[in-house]
Design a binder for this molecule. Structure first.
Ligand SMILES: Nc1c(NC[C@H](O)[C@H](O)[C@H](O)CO)[nH]c(=O)[nH]c1=O
Ligand SMILES: CC(=O)[C@@H](O)COP(=O)(O)O
Length: 172
C-alpha cells in the first residue's frame, strides 16, 4: 500500500488578492475537528487568504451549509472539515457517501470546495490524519480549495464563481 508520503503535492498557488474562504466544520469529534481547522487555517493564511468558520452538527449537514453560503454570500471557496468513524450499522456508509457526493455536486455547480471530511475505521486513524504535523488532511483540503480558486481566476471567472448564480447576483 502506498504511503501518504509518496504522493505528489502541487506547489502552493499565489494570489494578487487573498481569497476569502469559509470553513464549514462538523465538530462531531471535537479534538479531531480542532486539528483539522488548525491545519486548514494555516494553509489559507500561508497563501495570503482570509477565513471564516461555521459549525454544523454532523458531516451530513456540511454540503447543505456550503450550498446555503454559496447562494447567500460571496466567499471565493469553501473547506469542508469533519470526521466520520464507523459504528455498528450501515449509517457510516450513508454519512460518508452522501457528504462527499454533496460536496462533489456543489463543485460541479461551480463552487471551489476542498473536502477534508475524514472517513475512518478508528479514532487512531483519525488522529494521525487530522494532526497538522501528521498527514494534515485539513491543510490538504484547504490547499484543494485554494487551487480551485486559482484556476477559476486564471480562467477568468468572476469572484462569484461560474454557473452558481445567486439571487442577488448583480451580473446574473
Ligand atoms: N456518525 C457520525 C455522524 N453522524 C451524524 C450525521 O452527520 C448527521 O448530523 C445526522 O445524521 C443528522 O442529520 N456525523 C459525523 O460528522 N461523524 C460521525 O461519525
Ligand atoms: C458514522 C455513524 O453514523 C456512526 O457513528 C453511527 O453509529 P452506529 O452505526 O453504531 O449507529
Amino acid at each position: 500500500m502506498a504511503s501518504q508520503e509518496d504522493h505528489y503535492t502541487l506547489p502552493r498557488p499565489t494570489f494578487d488578492e487573498g481569497p476569502k474562504i469559509l470553513i464549514v466544520v462538523a465538530p462531531y469529534y471535537r479534538q479531531i475537528a480542532d486539528n483539522l481547522i488548525a491545519g486548514a487555517r494555516a494553509e489559507i493564511e500561508a497563501a495570503g487568504g482570509w477565513h471564516d468558520t461555521a459549525e454544523v452538527p454532523g458531516a451530513l449537514e456540511i454540503p447543505t451549509a456550503i450550498g446555503i453560503a454559496g447562494r447567500m454570500s460571496d466567499y471565493d471557496g469553501y473547506v469542508a472539515l469533519g470526521c466520520v468513524i464507523r459504528g455498528e450499522t450501515t449509517h457510516y456508509e450513508t454519512v460518508c457517501n452522501d457528504s462527499s457526493r454533496g460536496l462533489t455536486l456543489l463543485g460541479l455547480q461551480g463552487l471551489a470546495v476542498g473536502n477534508g471530511i475524514l472517513t475512518v475505521e478508528t479514532m487512531a486513524q483519525a488522529e494521525v490524519r487530522a494532526d497538522p504535523d501528521g498527514q494534515n488532511k485539513g491543510g490538504g483540503a484547504a490547499a484543494a480549495a485554494l487551487h480551485l480558486i486559482a484556476l477559476s481566476r486564471k480562467w477568468g471567472a468572476s469572484r462569484k464563481g461560474v454557473g452558481f448564480v445567486r439571487p442577488n447576483d448583480d451580473d446574473s
